[in-house]
Design a protein around this ligand. Structure first.
Ligand code: COI
Length: 353
């Protein structure tokens, strides 16, 4: 280890109280958290401490003006029980792209990676091993200046905590394509993993949930026609033997690491891929003419999740035969096997700890 990370162990581990066979996403936290501060000039005081509250000024810009960004990543155990991560450097790079867009401080690789290493060194027993489970890591950064003037903070805290989880969705998704509210416009922050992108869509998501949908499916801000992403995932549509996914060109959607991994696997298998604008009318037309085969969502928390229903302005796509969705099953099984060391890691995605 190159960094000198101070470690304060919890006197009483909570791991014995956890029912690893019945884990609810995001409600159980491992024993420790990692913190490091940017003091205006340097990243200082990297430390692992017991999981718990973080003292902060009530004036910080994170709370008032939204200088807050985060990542989601997962740790697994290989077949011998050794901890490993899936493409962690992609999370580090994306966090720094978000930091740049939000006028925040970028974090050097060692403060990110050594922090994860130190945290998992002490909390590795929290990585569950039942099929589909993992230890979800939540790296995040927030502004800490004690100042309510509107300007970028000079100081920040970067932290990581972790939760044992199963897949975020336990059933196929039913989504409502939103034709009134928008998530992101071109030139905005849609590609950043910033807190505001999630906060600003809570109200439309709440309305959709009241109507019985799991998620909103966001459309582009200008024409309300082009599929973007759901509140928690990127989107894929299989029409005939072509896999379509919205391109990143508009900078309005998150550059998902699972999304990228799916595209790399699909290309490796010789599947026809189109990363482009995907018009919702085209998807409904494919449904009507019988060429719409599969729809799935992807994300770190959600992994690869089937979408069985899309509602759009009074009309619905309702897909059946979920067990026979060949591309979804092949992708989701291969991804799971790579992450847990059960199949060859041909792309060098696994990072052994
Ligand atoms: C993730 O997939 O890691 C996310 O950040 C989505 C959500 C849980 C907020």
């Amino acid at each position: 280890m190159t960094l000198d990370i101070a470690v304060e162990r919890t006197p009483t581990s909570r791991i014995g109280q956890v029912d690893f066979d019945n884990i609810q996403f995001g409600r159980i936290f491992s024993d420790h958290q990692y913190l490091v501060d940017f003091d205006g000039e340097n990243w200082v005081n990297p430390r692992v401490v017991p999981y718990g509250k973080i003292a902060m000024s009530p004036a910080i810009s994170a709370i008032h003006y939204g200088q807050a960004i985060f990542e989601g990543m997962k740790a697994y155990k290989d077949t011998e029980g050794n901890p490993q991560l899936f493409r962690p450097l992609e999370n580090w790079k994306r966090l720094n792209r978000s930091a740049h867009r939000m006028g925040m401080q970028e974090i050097p690789e060692e403060f990110f990676m050594e922090g994860i290493r130190a945290l998992l060194d002490i909390d590795k027993d929290w990585i569950p091993t039942t099929e589909g489970s993992s230890l979800y890591l939540r790296p995040f950064m927030f502004a800490t200046d004690d100042y309510i003037g509107v300007r970028p903070s000079n100081t920040y805290t970067f932290a990581i905590f972790s939760c044992p989880v199963n897949a975020y969705y336990s059933q196929p998704l039913r989504v409502k394509a939103e034709s009134h509210y928008i998530r992101a416009a071109e030139g905005g922050v849609g590609a950043a993993k910033c807190a505001g992108n999630y906060g600003s869509v809570m109200m439309p998501a709440k309305l959709a949930q009241k109507e019985g949908f799991h998620q909103v499916l966001w459309l582009d801000a200008r024409e309300h026609k082009f599929i973007e992403e759901t509140g928690t995932t990127n989107m894929f549509v299989r029409i005939g033997d072509t896999l379509l996914t919205p391109s990143l060109d508009r900078h309005t959607i998150l550059a998902g690491i699972t999304r990228d991994s799916i595209l790399k696997l699909a290309a490796h298998w010789g599947w026809k891929i189109e990363e482009r604008d995907v018009n919702i009318d085209e998807v409904f037309e494919a449904y009507r003419n019988g060429t719409l085969k599969e729809i799935f969502a992807s994300g770190t928390a959600a992994t690869v999740a089937q979408v069985e229903l899309i509602h759009y302005e009074g009309e619905e796509i309702q897909l059946g035969g979920l067990d026979s969705w060949e591309w979804y099953h092949k992708l989701s099984n291969t991804m799971r096997e790579i992450k847990t060391g059960k199949t060859e890691d041909i792309f060098n995605w696994i990072y052994k700890l």
